[in-house]
Write a new protein. Structure first.
Length: 351
């Protein structure tokens, strides 16, 4: 089992999903909490979202200010649909909210808003405006290292294939309330109760329907379980491999990013909470850490070699070793022994 985490969601009506009052378990925050608790029972996910809110509402006391939070480990920030200022102002406000989260001892995570298929499934092309704000989130994440869930990119292929994630304004397409498509594609009703139960207030091609909530939950759950709950740390590596020597902090960060994010498919080793998945990443990180240690002590010319998607720089000398050979270190050999029991976990460079 993985260690439990506590998460808070800060956002507008797309986060609050207040219109699902009859089916609160269908809200994406509730769906993700169920996933987290399946992995670690003590995990919680608190929904601080509120209808009609903008980023600054959480700074001025207009909605669930920091004083109302309960010390969650992580806070997901997702705004954009109600913002009216420039993208520059949105960035300034976002940075202020990030600082407020950090001041409370929490770790901020930014989440972009999702797109629309216009004009097929939306009366308004919201993508240019939303992507302007989304790009600010992406830039902040790239420049500062703040976590990012790119919901827009995660879902745009589904949206472009006419996948419907939103409560529709079917009247604007010539439909009537007696038309089943008024409530969503085919005969889908937005809250799953089998009939029209949602106020017309929400029928504006913005708010997530049942499918939309599931899609949002999938992106958030994937990030929280793979990037946070299942991520190994350098302490995990040195606990298993105390003799690998001192590895520069920058190299530790790069190695951990690779083994946690790209190197191994967790499903091939029993899932993100499986011990085999954790151990495989520890062995692989220890392998690269050993190479980095040799690079620091061998001296001589510097050589760069690509290993899968990872480019490693190491010194060429009597103590150097090839980065492309997993059999060059005992940790690489242990990794090979582990993943060879699960062929689908092996990348093209393992052999």
């Amino acid at each position: 089992m993985l260690a439990p985490i506590t998460v808070g969601a800060l956002g507008d009506s797309v986060t609050a999903v207040s219109y699902f009052s009859a089916v609160p378990d269908s809200r994406w925050v509730a769906i993700v909490e169920d996933v987290l608790q399946t992995i670690a029972a003590a995990s919680t996910f608190t929904n601080y979202g509120a209808d009609g809110r903008v980023t600054t509402d959480y700074l001025t006391g207009g909605s669930n200010p920091p004083s109302s939070w309960t010390g969650e480990n992580y806070y997901i920030l997702s705004f954009g649909f109600n913002e009216v200022g420039s993208t520059a102002q949105f960035r300034t406000d976002t940075e202020a909210l990030i600082a407020a989260v950090e001041a409370e001892g929490g770790t901020p995570i930014l989440m972009t808003q999702y797109g629309v298929l216009y004009p097929t499934l939306s009366t308004v092309d919201r993508n240019p405006t939303i992507e302007g704000y989304n790009d600010e989130y992406r830039d902040i994440a790239a420049e500062t290292g703040v976590g990012l869930i790119d919901l827009f990119n995660d879902t745009i292929a589904f949206v472009n294939a006419a996948g419907d994630m939103r409560i529709r304004n079917w009247a604007a397409f010539g439909g009537t309330i007696t038309d089943p498509n008024y409530w969503g594609p085919s005969t889908l009703d937005e809250d799953g109760l089998g009939g029209p139960t949602i106020s017309a207030l929400w029928r504006n091609d913005i708010h997530p329907n049942v499918t939309g909530n599931v899609k949002i939950a999938a992106s958030v759950a994937r990030y929280l379980t793979w990037e946070i709950m299942a991520a190994i740390t350098w302490t995990d590596v040195t606990n298993h491999a105390p003799d690998i020597g001192t590895v520069a902090a920058g190299a530790q960060t790069d190695i951990l990013a690779y083994v946690n994010d790209e190197a191994i498919d967790p499903d091939a080793l029993g899932g993100s909470s499986a011990y085999e998945y954790k151990l495989a990443r520890i062995y692989l990180a220890a392998h690269f850490g050993t190479i980095a240690t040799v690079a620091g002590s061998a001296g001589g010319a510097v050589k760069r070699e690509k290993v899968g998607d990872l480019e490693i720089e190491f010194a060429v000398g009597t103590g150097s070793m090839s980065a492309s050979s997993l059999t060059a270190t005992r940790w690489g050999k242990l990794y090979l022994e582990l993943v060879q029991r699960a062929p689908s976990a092996r990348g093209p460079w393992v052999f």
